[in-house]
Design a protein around this ligand. Structure first.
Ligand code: CAA
Length: 298
């Protein structure tokens, strides 16, 4: 199979990453099956994608016919059995090893021989996830960045058993989605999060140590380093539960005090303040997702 043979594309997990991946696949002309725990959840995610595309129509950047055609290519499903016709499935569930192992076993069982199975994990070992499937050579990390429709990068992660053919197919598929690819070996955090998560955690430690405010640390990164978002704004966008989960993978699998997650990050996750998606994280957010004041002060 080469990338042009891929016609039916599955996405497991219809959260912000899964919905974004479904959107770019549908915009590239693929038939997409978008699956979550129930049909209602998957349908809600599709409605979100249509609303996002609708904003592009309102701005005059997309025509209504293209939006409708893209929407028509996305079929919400509530059961993994619906992945049977898929050439490729990308798993984009919560960053939890036990959950991913269970979901991947289930998807593997319904896919035909020769179909490719990928995971959007941000840090978990591809080799370990591949090992519970019947297709470790056709298993790969396909790590998209958030927000998926905007960010140009896909990080491809090769597991120990991933075949060169699988790498090439994934690379070509990412190119069909308009993405640029970098390739990582299977090591905790891969390339992007090995660098990003210690940066975000260091901002938390600097805040905890009383060096300065959340707003000033963000402003420092934006105006001093030319980052589009400060570390706290970005952590809220990613989701603090995800940031903590990745930090814990780095800490436990690379080891050393260097990767220990900051207490303030642990506390926010324990409080259920997970960032933009729960309308509260390092900052508060209104119903439209507009950022308000910092949630914490010294
Ligand atoms: N979904 C789709 N499109 C979105 C979007 C979303 N969630 N958020 C913004 N956009 C689009 C807007 O519609 C707009 O499109 P047009 O230019 O066509 O009108 C464009 O992005 C710019 O948006 P805005 O003008 O509203 O805002 P902005 O200029 O401040 O950009 C941003 C927003 C793109 C998010 C920018 O702030 C940015 O690049 N931030 C950094 C994001 C980043 O670092 N992501 C990587 C996270 S790490 C990761 O994902 C890996 C991991 O495993 C944790």
């Amino acid at each position: 199979m080469d990338a042009n043979d891929v016609k039916v594309f599955g996405v497991l997990g219809a959260g912000q990453m899964g919905a974004g991946i479904a959107q770019v696949a549908a915009q590239a002309g693929l038939s997409v099956k978008l699956c979550d725990v129930s049909l209602a959840v998957a349908e809600k995610a599709k409605a979100g994608i249509l609303a996002q595309l609708g904003r592009q129509v309102d701005k005059g950047k997309l025509d209504a016919a293209t939006r409708d055609a893209t929407g028509a290519r996305i079929e919400p499903i509530g059961d993994k059995a619906g992945f049977a016709p898929c050439d490729v499935v990308v798993e984009a569930a919560t960053e939890n090893t036990t959950l991913k192992l269970e979901l991947l076993r289930g998807v593997d069982a319904v896919l035909r021989e020769g179909a490719l199975l990928a995971t959007n994990t941000s840090s978990i070992s591809i080799t370990k996830l591949a090992a519970v499937t019947s297709r470790p050579t056709a298993f790969i990390g396909m790590h998209f960045m958030n927000p998926v429709p905007v960010m140009k990068l896909v990080e491809i992660v090769k597991g120990t058993a991933t075949s060169p053919e699988t790498v090439e197919l994934t690379r070509a598929l990412a190119a069909r989605f308009g993405k640029t690819v970098i390739t990582s070996n299977d090591h905790p955090g891969f390339l992007v999060n090995r660098v990003l998560i210690p940066f975000l955690n260091e901002a938390c430690l600097a805040y905890q140590d009383g060096v300065g405010s959340i707003e000033d640390l963000d402003q420092g990164a934006k105006l001093g380093l030319n980052h589009p978002m400060g570390p706290f704004e970005l952590a809220d966008l990613i989701g603090l539960d995800t940031v903590l989960a990745i930090a814990e993978v780095l800490q436990t699998q690379i080891g050393g005090d260097k990767y220990a997650p900051a207490v303030v990050l642990r506390n926010l996750v324990a409080a259920g303040w997970l960032g933009k998606k729960t309308k509260r994280g390092f900052y508060a957010y209104d119903d439209k997702g507009q950022r308000g004041a910092a949630s914490l002060s010294r």
